[in-house]
Design a protein around this ligand. Structure first.
Ligand SMILES: [Zn+2]
Length: 305
């Protein structure tokens, strides 16, 4: 039953276990300098690790349709686009321009085919930072913070899903589930490697404590978007490693030690980036925000909006 489900959802990214582990390990490492309610929300944050994968049912068509591209980024399709634009609509515009000038398979450049991984991640990061700012203001004003605390826990957990997806190399590539195109190393072309690696192998062989020790105290990121894109590139550089490990039987049954080391390091990389983003959002939220960020007086006065 579970096997059928995961085979029909090849882009699920880390199974439920992997997502839960990454969120839990990161939450257990939240430093004492961050709010205590958040450090106490390990169970809630861990539960939210798989949350966006609960939004993929055909029973909620609009939701499934809108959010599926959030889970991946096919980096081969955007090698010509460096640096990446910081806003999703600037990204769409670049892709549509590319599509218009492309003769062969132009639809490969549709935003929903390329994927929107770094955009959703930074958008949820922004929500978290904004909620942290509200929390600070309410506390300073001696107002109740219970409601904003619930928002913060949700945003922190939700963010964890996409960050974890980004640590799975097969979420950064057109080679997401079986090798396509020239194949000199004779990697598997079967649709199955994705779930075999991230779901079946992880569930059977790895627990949170296998990689918790690899996650260190958080660093403040000077430029979260740039750091996140670099993190995706690092993950993308390891796509072939997944295929060569699979070829060596690394993810079959109990697998092999190099596959275990590789997988725990990828899970740890996800938890570390998540922890760094939480920490950075918390620190950045202490800086005062402009009065009406992003809305110019002309737009605010436009009755059509
Ligand atoms: Zn996902």
């Amino acid at each position: 039953m579970a096997l059928v489900f995961f085979q029909s959802s090849p882009a699920a990214a880390w199974g439920g276990e992997g997502h839960t582990f990454i969120n839990r390990v990161a939450a257990e490492k939240i430093p004492a300098s961050m709010p205590r309610f958040l450090r106490r929300a390990v169970v809630e944050i861990a539960y939210l690790g798989p949350e966006p994968d609960r939004w993929r049912s055909p029973a909620e068509f609009a939701l499934k349709n809108a959010q599926e591209p959030d889970h991946f980024l096919d980096m081969e399709r955007i090698e010509w686009l460096d640096p990446l634009p910081r806003g999703r609509y600037e990204f769409y515009r670049k892709l549509y321009e590319k599509r218009a000038s492309t003769k062969e398979n132009p639809d490969d450049y549709l935003p929903e085919r390329v994927g929107l991984q770094p955009y959703i991640t930074m958008e949820v990061y922004g929500r978290l930072k904004s909620a942290f700012r509200e929390y600070r203001q309410l506390r300073a004003a001696h107002q109740p913070t219970q409601a904003v605390q619930q928002g913060i826990v949700f945003y922190a957990g939700w963010l964890g899903h996409y960050v974890a997806d980004g640590s799975q190399p097969l979420h950064t590539t057109i080679q997401y589930n079986g090798w396509v195109g020239p194949n000199p190393s004779r990697y598997s072309t079967l649709h199955g490697i994705h779930a075999q690696f991230e779901t079946a192998y992880v569930a059977a062989n790895i627990t949170a404590k296998d990689f918790a020790g690899l996650v260190k105290t958080p660093d403040r990121l000077q430029d979260p978007f740039a750091s996140y894109v670099a993190y995706l590139k690092d993950s993308h550089a390891q796509v072939e490693t997944v295929y060569s490990l699979e070829k060596a039987g690394g993810f079959t049954g109990k697998g092999i030690p190099t596959a275990f080391d590789f997988t725990t390091q990828r899970l740890a990389a996800g938890a570390q980036m998540l922890l760094n983003l939480w920490y950075t959002a918390w620190l950045e939220s202490a800086e005062p925000a402009p009065e009406h960020p992003g809305s110019t007086p002309a737009k605010a006065a436009d009755p059509a909006k």
